[in-house]
Design a binder for this molecule. Structure first.
Ligand code: AMP
Ligand code: MG
Length: 399
């Protein structure tokens, strides 16, 4: 019998036994949201490569910017044109946003500060003698500089930066493949009308959605009745994935057969029981063939909480994110007074509003899934206590 551990010890244990998945070269697909980069992506040139105009206007020498002076136009460069001839003294060069300045020009005067006159332009506002309208070579980045470091979650800006580095493919981590198994003689498919002695499988879809949110690729294996034979066959199938998540069947009832079937299939149970509420029966195991296995309590709120506290950090670590468990906790003030009971640390889901205030929900029990609808954080509280509105509480953001 494994004595119950505290939450942070078990989170550490889970991460210690979570294998790293290999990063593979894949296309930089912009719909692949949340993918983690497996290499530093470097700039292959300076940005910009030449002094470049930020404005439509005229390139010239700053010393020629004199109010009402008329300057002849020596040439024109538009974005995409090769750099023009060096600028002769006392003349200007027509230029568009994104075009390279000719040599000798050290200033851009916007078109609004000029007037077209016979033979050239007249300067009608002379306040831009500085370099503010020029992007200098390497100003944004230099060749060899890291544009997107390994371990970055790829989002819109990063996909743009990969393109600037000329990368249409990059090393990236695969999403972990996760099998989800619901157990229980009383559990029926959501599409069925349950008898009064039965319950629809709410954990399956909920856990699948949580896994998707965590960046995994989940697959639902089905509902196993509480018999050794059916558990064994679905557990065997689940062991072909990176992670197996099982809901129900891990407590102390005589039909809670998951731990014994797991062991008989070669799994090594490293944790069984955690000192928290809800979620006490939680189980974690490894298997010599590679997968890690989570047994979540069947009660929906407990399954939800254990998924966020223990499975999610493992998924994030497998996806290539650094130290996922450590950075998770932050503080938020309570919106109302709150008291709670129990002799174990309490991890209730709560709602953080747009003003940053924390709203506890009334939990009638860990079977009451509806009571946590709209919750977007998990709070961390000591065993029984009382806090006042405004008191800070540790929270982990779930979205
Ligand atoms: P267990 O952990 O198997 O003892 O189940 C604890 C409670 O959770 C029981 O009341 C079950 O009916 C309920 N339960 C178990 N699995 C599910 C599920 N997949 N969906 C909804 N409720 C469940
Ligand atoms: Mg059960």
């Amino acid at each position: 019998m494994i004595p119950p551990g505290d939450v942070s010890t078990i989170r550490r244990l889970v991460l210690e036994h979570t294998p790293c998945l290999k990063a593979r070269v894949g296309p930089a697909l912009t719909n692949n949201f949340g993918v983690v980069l497996g290499e530093d992506v470097l700039a292959d040139g300076d940005m910009p490569a030449l002094p470049t105009s930020r404005m439509d206007g005229y390139a010239l020498r700053a010393t020629d910017v004199v109010l009402h002076r008329v300057l002849e136009i020596a040439g024109t460069t538009r974005a995409g044109d090769h750099r023009g001839q060096p600028l002769p003294a006392g003349m200007c060069h027509k230029i568009t946003t994104g075009a390279a300045l000719p040599e000798n020009a050290d200033c851009v005067i916007p078109v609004e500060d000029t007037r077209t006159v016979d033979g050239g332009i007249e300067i009608i506002a002379a306040h831009c003698t500085d370099h503010r309208f020029i992007r200098f070579p390497g100003e944004e980045f230099r060749q060899g500089q890291v544009l997107v470091p390994a371990g970055t979650v790829l989002g819109p800006v990063e996909y743009g930066l990969l393109a600037l580095a000329g990368r249409t493919a990059a090393l990236q981590y695969d999403a972990p493949r996760v099998a989800v198994l619901s157990t229980g003689n009383e559990i029926v498919e959501p599409g069925m009308r349950p008898g009064q002695h039965q319950v629809r499988n709410s954990n399956g879809p909920m856990l699948m959605a949580q896994l998707c949110r965590a960046g995994a690729l989940p697959r639902f294996l089905g509902i196993a009745p509480d018999s050794e034979a059916s558990l064994r066959s679905l557990i065997r199938e689940g062991l072909w994935h990176n992670v197996l998540v099982i809901s129900g069947g891990i407590s102390a009832g005589d039909r809670d057969l998951v731990p014994s079937v797991l062991e008989s299939e070669g799994a090594r149970i490293l944790a069984h029981g955690v000192s928290m509420r809800p979620g006490k029966p939680f189980l974690f195991a490894t298997h010599p063939c590679g997968p890690i296995i989570f047994g979540l309590p069947g009660n929906p709120v407990s399954a939800f909480t254990c998924m966020e506290l223990f499975v999610r950090p493992a998924i994030e670590s497998m996806r290539g994110l650094q130290a996922p468990a450590e950075k998770q906790w932050q503080k938020a003030p309570l919106a109302t007074d709150f008291s709670w009971k129990g002799d174990r640390p309490f991890y209730p889901p709560m709602r953080l509003d747009s003003k940053g205030l924390l709203h506890p929900t009334h939990l009638s029990g860990s079977a009451d899934l509806r009571s946590i609808a709209g919750c977007n954080v998990l709070a961390r509280l000591a065993p029984q206590g009382m806090l006042h509105a405004g008191d800070p509480v540790d929270i982990a953001i779930l979205e």
